[in-house]
Ligand binder design. Structure first.
Ligand SMILES: [Zn+2]
Length: 211
């Protein structure tokens, strides 16, 4: 049996204060009676906005990995390293845990987030009825991971490890770091734009149709 939803009852919850209200059916902008926020059933243009941020993130992901993120100068000369070169450089009998942290935080998690969000968007656009709970869990995982700043993880770990390897004279950010920060910010915006309630819309529509 279909569970009644606020939307079927003509109720809307405020995105700011959470108050559930039954807005008037008169045409025009509907506002929250408590805090005057504009009401909508879903985040406006959720799918288009999420795709836009996600595609921008995917585009920035390429230079983030191809361009050097750090230029380090030592007594023997200066060297520019990409993220992957940093991972390789850190790999040693004592440094391998740091190497794995950088690999996971800087390469695997950002790409996994992009793939996961793309999957959620495509499944919603295809009105998928399957795996709703699993898809919601996937969204919550992506949302949770996004609260960590991966740029910090990389820069701190990499710099600290390099200082241990040899005395550094200077460390300078490379152009890759800018794109890397852009990937982090854009994926967070994409997560924020996606409305997880969309996952259930196709199921709710079918339940209403047959019930
Ligand atoms: Zn409100």
């Amino acid at each position: 049996m279909a569970a009644p939803t606020a939307m079927h009852q003509g109720m809307q919850s405020c995105g700011v204060c959470g108050l559930l209200s039954r807005p008037s059916l008169e045409p025009g902008v509907r506002r929250c009676p408590r805090c005057d926020e504009i009401l909508s059933f879903r985040k406006p243009n959720s799918i288009q906005r999420t795709w836009a941020f996600l595609l921008a993130a995917a585009v920035c992901y390429v230079p983030a990995n191809v361009l050097p993120v750090l230029t380090t100068t030592t007594a023997t000369g200066s060297e520019s390293d990409t993220i992957m070169q940093g991972v390789v450089l850190l790999w040693s009998p004592s440094g391998w845990p740091l190497s794995i942290i950088v690999l996971v935080a800087s390469i695997l998690i950002p790409s996994a987030k992009i793939i996961a969000l793309a999957y959620l968007l495509v499944s919603v656009q295809r009105n998928s009825l399957a795996n709703n709970e699993r898809r919601l869990r996937l969204y919550r995982t992506v949302e949770f991971i996004g609260r960590w700043s991966m740029v910090d993880v990389f820069v701190d770990t990499f710099t600290a490890a390099l200082i241990q390897l040899q005395p550094l004279m200077s460390v300078e950010p490379g152009p890759g770091l800018f794109f890397f920060a852009a990937v982090v910010v854009l994926t967070m915006l994409a997560v924020e734009s996606f409305d997880p309630r969309l996952i259930w819309d196709a199921t709710s529509a079918q339940e209403v149709g047959y019930g």
